[in-house]
Ligand binder design. Structure first.
Ligand code: SF4
Length: 501
């Protein structure tokens, strides 16, 4: 699998925040995507949008509930159409299936359209080790292939690159005259890649959806490269996660509405390619062979977990990334693996293991913006909380997230807040202790630079410590109580319980 650095989230995110060029790129592109999404959604009424979201959610939930049935249906229909279906339990098995096909068909060159699953499998190095020349044909993927990097966004893999970076890269790696003209760079890449489609022996694609009733792969692109990859070379291998099934063509309609709007703010993408089996005798073109590899690689584990299986509904639109305040600051590479952002913080721990991804469920402010933006209504914050609970409750000390000091502090806090006498003593203590500190230069209680206080220096270096009040609520309450006639509690309005949310 791709180099997994999910355990380095804290370190990597600190570096990302200090990278001015990355910060500029994230500010420029991420927010733009979300504005386009909101504009596209505003074109339909909120009721219509909610109906589509609910329909999409329930189709995915239904399919996952009957996944064995639909997988069998896909197997039957792809086979009927003349293709072959392979099931891979692990990344290694999936790579071995591809390697076997490459060896036996004497493949020398492969073109690929964008596929996150092939990134998950680290397929390119496997192909290269077999002597196959590989060309990514999605422009963003091509850029990061040239830069020898991994994608930083589900939809825009080279989002972290500026046009100057790409100009430099094209000039160094492709020997093209340096230009920062985006159209000119895109044209140059297009000319270069065009020939490869026709020279390649193998086309590799992912799939946005697999329609079970027909065994059809649905590939949604804006560049048309998916269509060329799947039709020009003599063999086509589709590689996708086993959760990508949907029951019927009729079900596809709602996803064709919600996915482009959520991903790029488009009503529909420029290309929607549907591939059913290899070329038939009366077809003018198409591959002689078609193979579909359905990858598990930890998805069964997710499916078996009632609290987290909903993450398999994801249609990889990237909307949750574009709206996430954490992703907007740290970018995709900080997450340390193929799947970044809020959904990546759930999928990665489930696929690579909690032990290796202990920081990721905490990479969220739990503001809920991701849940509201998600076109299939995935409750991301709830699942992140669930993962946090799994981490803190784990009997395995290597998985357990909270070090003992954190647990001790949390327990102390609960004790303090549930005991009024203790709380009152703590208030008085804090009030008295703050007095000498308030007169110090760089006091943590004043605005401006702060003294680095032990344990809380990271917190106070950019924040003012709130002052303890002159009188606590308890003290005010006691005084008011003593003033009230007959020592009775003063009247306070009590709201009707039915008003409560
Ligand atoms: S979790 Fe929802 S919003 Fe995020 S990528 Fe998946 S489908 Fe899109």
């Amino acid at each position: 699998m791709a180099d997994i650095k999910t355990s380095e989230f804290s370190k990597a995110s600190t570096l990302s925040i200090k990278d001015p060029q990355l910060q500029r790129a994230l500010g420029r592109v991420g927010a733009g995507f979300d504005t386009s999404r909101q504009e596209a959604i505003a074109e339909v009424t909120p009721e219509v949008w909610e109906t589509w979201r609910e329909e999409a959610r329930s189709i995915k939930a239904h399919t996952l509930d009957h996944l064995d049935y639909y997988l069998e249906m896909v197997y039957d229909n792809v086979t009927k159409a003349g293709g072959q279906v392979h099931f891979a339990n692990t990344a290694d098995q999936a790579n071995e299936i591809v390697a076997q096909l490459v060896r036996t068909r004497n493949v020398k060159m492969a073109v690929k359209s964008k596929s996150m699953v092939s990134e998950e499998l680290s397929l390119n190095p496997v192909l290269e080790s077999l002597g196959v020349e590989v060309f990514e044909t999605d422009l963003g993927e091509y850029i990061i292939q040239l830069a020898d990097e991994t994608p930083s966004h589900l939809v825009a893999p080279a989002l972290h690159k500026s046009k100057e970076d790409v100009a430099q890269l094209f000039s160094e790696k492709l020997g093209l005259p340096y230009t920062e003209d985006i159209e000119e760079m895109a044209r140059a890449a297009r000319v270069l890649l065009r020939d490869k489609f026709f020279q390649a022996d193998l086309g590799i694609s992912g799939a946005n959806f697999v329609v079970a009733e027909t065994g059809t792969l649905v590939i949604i692109t804006n560049e048309g490269n998916g269509r060329l990859c799947t039709s020009a070379p003599r063999m086509h291998i589709g590689i996708t996660g086993m959760e990508k099934m949907i029951p019927s063509m009729q079900d596809l309609a709602v996803f064709l509405r919600v996915l482009p709007r959520s991903a790029t703010g488009q009503r529909i993408t420029s290309y929607v390619s549907m591939v059913t089996g290899p070329r038939r005798s009366d077809d003018e073109d198409g591959p002689e062979e078609f193979h579909l590899i359905l990858v598990d690689n930890g998805r069964s584990r997710m499916l078996a977990d009632p609290d987290l299986r909903e993450a398999l509904n994801c249609i990889r639109c990237g909307a949750c990334l574009n709206i996430c305040p954490v992703y907007q600051k740290v970018g995709g590479h900080a997450y340390g693996w193929v799947y970044p952002g809020p959904i990546g913080a759930i999928v990665s721990p489930m696929l690579v293991g909690l032990k290796q991804s202990k920081d990721l469920p905490f990479a969220s402010s739990l503001c809920g913006a991701c849940r509201d933006a998600c076109p299939v209504k995935i409750n991301i914050p709830k699942m992140l909380l669930n993962l946090r609970e799994k981490l803190s409750e784990s009997p395995d000390p290597e998985v357990k997230a909270s070090p003992d000091l954190d647990n001790l502090l949390a327990r102390g806090y609960v004790r303090l807040m549930s005991n009024p006498e203790l709380l009152s003593i703590a208030h008085r203590l804090g009030r008295n202790l703050q007095k000498p500190l308030a007169f110090l230069p760089f006091s943590p209680f004043s605005k401006g630079p702060k003294l680095p206080l032990p344990l809380i220096s990271q917190w106070t270096k950019s924040r003012d410590l709130p002052k303890f009040p002159a009188r606590t609520f308890h003290e005010i309450w006691k005084k008011e109580l003593s003033k009230s006639p007959g020592g009775k509690s003063p009247e306070i309005p009590v709201s009707d319980a039915s008003d409560k949310p």
